[in-house]
Design a protein around this ligand. Structure first.
Ligand code: C2E
Ligand code: MG
Ligand code: MG
Ligand code: MG
Length: 287
């Protein structure tokens, strides 16, 4: 398209950029179709452990997408597309409704944590959607946690704050996700209501080799202690990491060491079929 750009004008689109945009557009189309038919989108759950007792205290709901052509596509790839195209709000609502209904059937009655995108916050719609998901799913508000990234809070401004306060007033706890990866000042953060801090997995993993990451985990655990909120260490994969985050004072942990994200009861058969089908296909990794 930019091939006819005149002399002295920078070429806006390189062929590589065009290819990337086409891939995005096709990804968007496939995602819209999957969502419209409520097909190939699944909510998986990963346990969160209390470090004092070793018990599961919560499960995080994580969206999964199986594409018949490409196999399992990571949320890291399709969430940004959904955010750019405005589909994210409906996806977040779908996960909320599914997770609330499914968690209501859990025998251990632990909480379920649902991620909410920055783009879904501050529209004055989320508190209503959460109220509906809780009522229709039959889940008490105290059993739902909403995870919001630190960056989302910082960018969301007064509208995001209003939504969060309304959600919290319903009795739903707010978790600060990926904590430590943004650049927010603690003074600013304090004006937002939150009940839990999730320390980003990168600090937990890099603590093996880097003393500064270890020091950050330790400082954030202390911050949680001072504020009187739980601190969850994300991405714990090894026994060594587990020992360290425990010694540093984190109160909860999540990671492959304790359990991978798995489908809920209603999807487990269908997901099993897809994983099996895919093994004989392109040979890509399962979710
Ligand atoms: P997140 O909320 O920080 O979720 C934790 C991510 O860490 C998940 O990746 C999980 O599978 C992964 N993880 C857990 N334990 C380990 C471990 O021990 N090692 C490693 N390497 N990774 C671990 P996932 O499921 O790929 O999701 C990526 C991100 O996509 C999430 O990060 C979240 O920001 C977003 N996301 C996922 N589901 C949803 C959703 O329903 N709505 C929205 N808005 N975002 C979502
Ligand atoms: Mg999360
Ligand atoms: Mg996280
Ligand atoms: Mg993340």
């Amino acid at each position: 398209a930019a091939k006819n750009a005149g002399k002295g004008t920078a070429r806006v689109f390189t062929p590589e950029m065009e290819t990337r945009m086409q891939m995005r557009a096709s990804l968007e189309g496939m995602l819209r179709e999957a969502f419209a038919q409520r097909r190939d989108l699944f909510v998986f759950y990963q346990p969160i452990i209390d470090l004092k007792t070793g018990n599961v205290v919560s499960r995080e709901a994580l969206l999964r997408w199986y594409n018949p052509v490409q196999g399992w596509i990571s949320p890291a790839d399709f969430i940004p597309v959904a955010e750019e195209t405005g589909l994210i709000y409906e996806l977040d609502e779908f996960v909320l409704a599914t997770a609330c209904a499914e968690a209501a059937t859990w025998e251990d009655e632990v909480t379920v944590a649902v991620n909410v995108s920055a783009a879904s916050l501050g529209l004055n719609r989320l508190p209503t959607a959460i109220g509906r998901a809780l009522a229709e799913g039959g889940l008490p508000a105290a059993r739902l946690n909403v995870e919001v990234t630190e960056t989302a809070l910082m960018q969301g401004g007064a509208e995001a704050l209003r939504d969060l306060e309304a959600i919290r007033a319903m009795g739903v706890a707010i978790c600060l996700d990926d904590f430590g990866t943004g650049f927010s000042s603690l003074a600013h953060l304090r004006s937002f209501p939150f009940d839990k801090i999730k320390i980003d997995g990168s600090f937990v993993r890099d603590g093996d080799k880097r003393a500064d990451c270890d020091a950050i985990v330790s400082a954030l655990a202390q911050l949680g202690l001072t504020l009187g909120v739980d601190t969850v260490a994300e991405g714990v994969e090894t026994a060594q990491q587990y020992q360290r985050i425990k010694a540093e004072g984190c109160t909860q942990a999540q990671g492959f060491l304790f359990g991978r994200p798995l489908p809920g009861d209603t999807d487990v058969t269908r997901v099993g079929e897809l994983v099996a089908a895919h093994k004989s296909g392109a040979g890509q990794a399962s979710p």
